[in-house]
Design a protein. Structure first.
Lengths: 585, 585
């Protein structure tokens, strides 16, 4: 197994055997450990001393179900802290089959040139070529991907930045091809597209033809685990075929959160949106059924996924508007902007994909713009225009490309729904207290995936926790979820396995068996979760050296004095509760 | 003596006797202690829980020479830390005569209304009136001030925000009238205009008619001190009449710093500017002489100033272009933008004054814009256009109004010459190491006035220190200057007395005698400087609670790897040296 280092200063590369310290790491554990070990926490995120790391999950390339997620890591230009951004694609398996534990992108060109790095596999080793890519700069990724695939084999995997990354926006993700070779799978959060752009890396291409199977230490144990995991996923109501996610996609959450009074609406002015039903997962399913004349179930982001939660939104002529409409994108550009028109939201998402913009950061940014009076809430055309300006790099677009926190600053608006500079996702922390603890304390900036307490607080999965209860138990809940999440993010499993393994104990056993089978270890469940906690500690240590303190682990002040309808609640967890999350880790 | 509290939420006010803790404080000591004691360090700078404090220096209203400076304090929207912004005007004496130790502005209107607060003096007490001021919003302060003065007595003092403060820019100062009732004296740094704007306070007006003399505890000791101070100021080559400052203004430093290779040029790409002589103080003097047909010496910013360093720049028709052209403004919009045209620079400064923009932050912001390729270095018309957009609040203007650090972020440009979010002034920290220590460590963000080591490093005042020497001595030098400066900023004296009192020991004795005479104390020189150190400790404590750490006490990373011509030097002082400044305070 290799660590491949790409030197973008002189376009050379180096292949290293994986050192002992990294042998048992995958995904987030790999990216965060490497960034912790090698990047000066005070380095400028877009300077020559930051690094960008791609790492497949530990189980990548195996038959573990829904294990096609990988991690991209670096110091974030959005938060100024460490960042792991997670994505599902064919990529992860391809990296694993090529023996790549990590690709580390280093240095930067002295000029502003852009490059393609093409990684093939010959005689048991990766082989790297650098090519000029300036001709692709400035174009929509929906145009660029077909051009690339026409030129290359249809079997390669392509990671790319859009114009947002070229322009080095703090709001810029990294695109990975979906199973139809479109630019729609995103390591979206935290501005890693800009880090890739700052290194002059436009495309990273993997050609995994003629690669061997992934090896594991104990195939039998792995197979046992894999079976338990599969059974749990196939049984649980949320994850089973034609279950909640497969039928309605992640946007099934719109109605649920709206009902709970926790769907942030019009830049977090309310927890309830009168147009929720019109943009909900159910509405997507029904609209498609009516337009396509049949029930359409969802597809996967990566091979071997049994959950298959990715939808496609079709227009009146049965043409695809976009794939897919995630809950977060739907909410950010919908409820949060006062927009209840699904087709318009789909077109906005497509623009974001084409430019490489994070849909959450974009929707929250535009919500702040609306809250500040530049355009009205509900203005669909205005929103489309602003996203276009972002993609094209007009001065207004550059302003918005900085992300929600800075746009709030530009308008002198204290109503900035952000933590550590990153926009909050689709759960109101005043109405769902546990997720507020996660937003405030995770090393990532406001991020629901870092510790998804929504499971017990809203979905009655993995127990029950009253969302409005404001006490120390929420810190314990968030801490537990954050550690377990770091383990899942390192395994390469999709976070959605959590629904099944929290409710079905044999599913959790399956996860541990898979990992032990892969590594030849003998970890207990507690020991495995402790490896997740260790990842958090490294991330936290990095952030502390970068200048973060407990004062950064706070919800925005306006949420402490502004009551959120319909429950009329404020952010009322004490600083001590927040500080106990990492204080007691 | 009173503390006057203005409640902008309901437009009421309260007059309090000065509590014991505050009785011996003035200027910066007053603003920083009050902010430390009363403002939550985690409050949003533009939210209802920040406060804005106006405080005259301790010696305000007395005959101490050059003691007409005052302080404005608050939590800064630019740095996120505590801020004291210092200004010379007739204001300080007027406040003192009205018995006002501090005016504290609290709360904010629920709507976006703007108000005038008119403070008169009747029967030994301030009397306050609130009036709507919406009719003045959106206008140039050069138009507004004459309108106000026509309406009111010519004897009132007016503090105001321009459009930049109304728009709540992080780059927005507070204007105070000069001795000709123009809007040209600025508490410019740190965005306190936005804090005033967020409180809906457009004008703060003082009517100090029929006010008594300022009382002091030991008039005889004060008079002795005042005499020593005056003699020192009249003797020193820099501060005496028709000396360096009175003849050439602060811009006398252009040629000196250029010679030393420490004049930041084209966004800190060089320490030497080929056009320096064309924009130097000598050029201003010669241009005026030629155009006006006589030698013109400078005037004071406040009554009783013996230094009188404020110039006026005249055009070919003997009309005033602007007053005054300070070294910092001249450099920021000149050398730093590659512009060598004095008249154009004068017009840029006038625009900044009219809109309430800090000239340093504006010039460095535009330098970053040029460095990022949006306009070319040297583009005079482009610069004028951008400043106009800032004043008018176009989206581009709003972007630039965020200040240099954020504009660098918007352009993904690591070459951001800022510390703690505040733009560096006119001394290159790679070429003048001591001032780099001050930039990095002061509680204020990059600020030369916080510890002006230029005196020994460049001017051979108060000893000599090789500007290129990189060792621990620079930390000790900066620490000493920072403490003494905090004392001077609290006294109400102009910082320029430092030239005289550092070289002439009886001058320093005079300062201490003045203060002891005022307060009836018996402090030694060391004890007095220790009160300055105590102010720094309070400021530092506030910043720590706001989330600052040693990691914020650093020069920008690019200065560590990019060599600065002509000396080809980098920022090479260790983190340990930086941390010893406050570590050993």
């Amino acid at each position: 197994m290799w660590i491949l280092r790409l030197n973008m200063t002189d376009r050379s590369y180096k292949i290293e055997e994986v050192p002992e310290r990294y042998k048992q790491l995958g995904g987030r554990a790999m990216t965060s450990t490497l960034i912790h070990d090698e990047v000066d926490p005070q380095a400028h995120p877009l300077g020559p001393n930051n690094k960008l790391v791609f790492a497949p999950g530990l189980l990548a390339g195996t038959s573990a179900p829904s294990s096609g997620r990988m991690s991209v890591g670096g110091k974030s230009p959005l938060t100024g802290g460490i960042k792991e951004s997670n994505v599902g694609s064919e990529w992860s398996a391809a990296m694993a089959r090529m023996g790549l534990k990590a690709v580390v992108v280093e240095g930067q060109p002295a000029d502003e040139s852009f490059w393609t790095v093409h990684i093939a596999y010959k005689e048991g080793k990766p082989v790297v070529e650098f090519q000029q890519a300036d001709e692709y700069v400035g174009q929509d990724l929906y145009d660029v991907y077909p051009m690339l695939y026409e030129k290359l084999s249809n079997k390669v995997q392509v990671a790319a930045i859009g114009t947002s990354g070229e322009l080095k926006y703090a709001n810029s993700g990294i695109a990975f091809n979906d199973m139809h070779k479109g630019p729609t799978r995103y390591a979206g959060r935290g501005g890693l597209g800009a880090v890739m752009g700052s290194k002059g890396l436009k495309f990273l291409i993997l050609d995994a033809a003629d690669t061997p199977r992934v090896e594991m230490a104990n195939p039998e144990l792995f197979r046992e685990g894999q079976k338990k995991m599969r059974e749990a996923l196939m049984e649980h109501a949320i994850t089973k075929p034609q279950g909640g996610l497969n039928t309605y996609g992640t946007a099934i959450l719109i109605n649920i959160l709206n009902e709970a009074g926790g769907l942030p609406t019009r830049n977090f002015r309310s927890g309830r949106f009168e147009g929720a039903a019109d943009i909900a997962g159910e509405a997507i399913f029904e609209s498609n059924k009516e337009r396509m004349g049949k029930e359409i179930y969802n597809h996967g982001c990566s091979p071997g996924c049994t959950i298959q939660c990715s939808n496609t939104l079709y227009d009146e002529n049965c043409e695809e508007i976009v794939s897919c409409v995630e809950y977060e994108s739907d909410w950010a550009l919908g409820a949060n902007c006062g927009i209840a028109n699904l087709d318009a939201i789909g077109r906005m998402i497509k623009l974001c994909n084409g430019y490489g913009l994070d849909t959450i950061e974009t929707g929250v940014t535009i919500g702040v713009v609306m809250d500040s009076g530049m355009i009205e809430f509900g203005d669909e055309q205005g929103t489309l225009d602003l996203i276009e300006q972002m993609g094209k790099g007009t001065p207004v677009g550059r302003l918005l490309g900085m992300g929600a926190a800075d746009v709030a600053k530009a308008f002198g608006n204290p109503r900035s729904p952000t933590v550590k500079g990153q926009a909050m996702p689709a759960y109101e922390p005043r109405a769902v207290k546990g997720i507020g603890v996660t937003y405030a304390t995770t090393t990532m900036g406001a991020d629901h995936t870092a510790g998804y307490t929504i499971a017990p607080e809203i979905l009655s999965v993995g127990g029950e926790s009253d969302p409005l209860q404001a006490d120390k138990a929420k810190a314990d809940l968030s801490r537990g979820f954050q550690s377990t999440t770091a383990l899942i993010d390192s395994s390469g499993h999709c976070l959605f396995i959590a629904f099944a393994i929290l409710d079905i104990p044999s599913g959790f056993e399956g996860l541990i068996d898979e990992i032990n089978g892969m590594l030849g270890t003998n970890m207990t469940q507690e020991e495995a979760v402790e490896t997740g906690a260790e990842v958090l500690r490294l991330e936290r240590a990095f952030n502390e050296k970068a200048g973060f303190t407990n004062a950064d682990d706070r919800l925005p002040e306006f949420m402490k004095y502004e009551k959120l309808p319909p429950h009329n609640v404020v952010a009322d967890l004490s600083d001590e509760v927040m500080d106990s999350v990492y204080g007691e880790l």
